[in-house]
Write a new protein. Structure first.
Length: 302
């Protein structure tokens, strides 16, 4: 199932120009600092802002499956009984309940994306498919979207963590203008610790994509306790040089915890409470390191 959590218009941080970014639901990684937890799981789910709940009990009354019961004046959800019918969402007077994840037929999604064609053309922008992990969706589904956009001469950018079988990249390569490729941590053990998997497949895919001549933006989410240090940045530069990878841009993305408030809504635990962004001076020193190494189009953010 290919589920969309959000279609963000007028985005300027997910590639060149003004873009529309589609966030798909489901990711094979479990980054401790993930700021979009609603995109982690591959299935639809109910999120609820419990702090704003006034305990009116409407949700329990309208639920046709008795999945919600009132306990000490607050609703509790039995996920086994919940059929995600959306009635509690529709009838909640506070508007604090929401079903996350919507199926979009290809034609319907492309039609929505084409509404902002004028902005793409004026700004040199286009469409970005993101996540979660867009490449973990059905290859046929993503291909249909990519081909439809290519036919309309709309620039397509893929924002990816790289942790998928390379044949998925091979299939979509002819239709993609730019890959925003995350390189999170060079040390494999640290990668396992903070992200849940080692980084071999990710780095192998990066080399293969580069060898095809694909246009790449290397994006490094920068976390002081994980990869925000000179050693990791030097290792990253060494890897890029060793494999002849010449990204069009390098973006160092300082850690932020703005997504931490989403976790309680999904009954999830935020594990990044002890993580921090490097100081501004440190970030600037990393930029200089890349620029001195020949990657002159390196910047903070993007």
């Amino acid at each position: 199932m290919n589920l969309v959590t959000n279609i963000q218009k007028y985005s300027i941080h997910d590639g060149d120009g003004i873009r529309t970014t589609v966030f798909f639901k489901g990711c094979p990684l479990k980054c401790e600092w993930c700021h979009n937890p609603e995109t982690q799981r591959f299935e639809r789910e109910l999120q609820c802002d419990k702090e704003k709940c006034v305990g009116c009990g409407t949700c329990a009354k309208v639920c046709p499956n008795d999945a919600i019961t009132m306990v000490d004046g607050k609703p509790e959800l039995d996920k086994e009984k919940c059929q995600l019918c959306g009635k509690c969402d529709n009838f909640c007077p506070q508007g604090i309940r929401e079903i996350v994840g919507q199926e979009y037929p290809v034609k319907e999604l492309v039609k929505e994306l084409m509404k902002d064609r004028m902005f793409y053309e004026q700004s040199g922008g286009g469409v970005t498919l993101s996540g979660g992990e867009v490449m973990a969706m059905s290859t046929d589904y993503i291909l249909q979207i990519a081909k439809a956009l290519k036919k309309e001469e709309i620039s397509l950018t893929i924002d990816t963590c790289g942790y998928v079988s390379y044949d998925k990249f091979e299939a979509i390569l002819p239709y993609v203008d730019t890959f925003l490729y995350d390189v999170k941590v060079m040390n494999s053990e640290l990668h396992k610790k903070y992200i849940g998997v080692d980084n071999k497949l990710i780095l192998d895919n990066l080399v293969k994509l580069s060898d095809t001549g694909a246009r790449l933006y290397i994006r490094i989410p920068t976390v002081k306790e994980v990869n925000g240090n000179m050693q990791n940045m030097e290792d990253t530069i060494h890897f890029l040089k060793e494999h002849g990878i010449h990204p069009a841009q390098v973006n160092l993305l300082p850690y932020h915890n703005t997504g931490s408030s989403k976790y309680p809504k999904l009954d999830m635990e935020y594990k990044g409470t002890d993580l921090h962004a490097p100081e501004k001076e440190e970030m600037e020193s990393f930029v200089k390191l890349f620029q001195d190494a020949g990657y002159t189009n390196t910047k903070i953010g993007g």
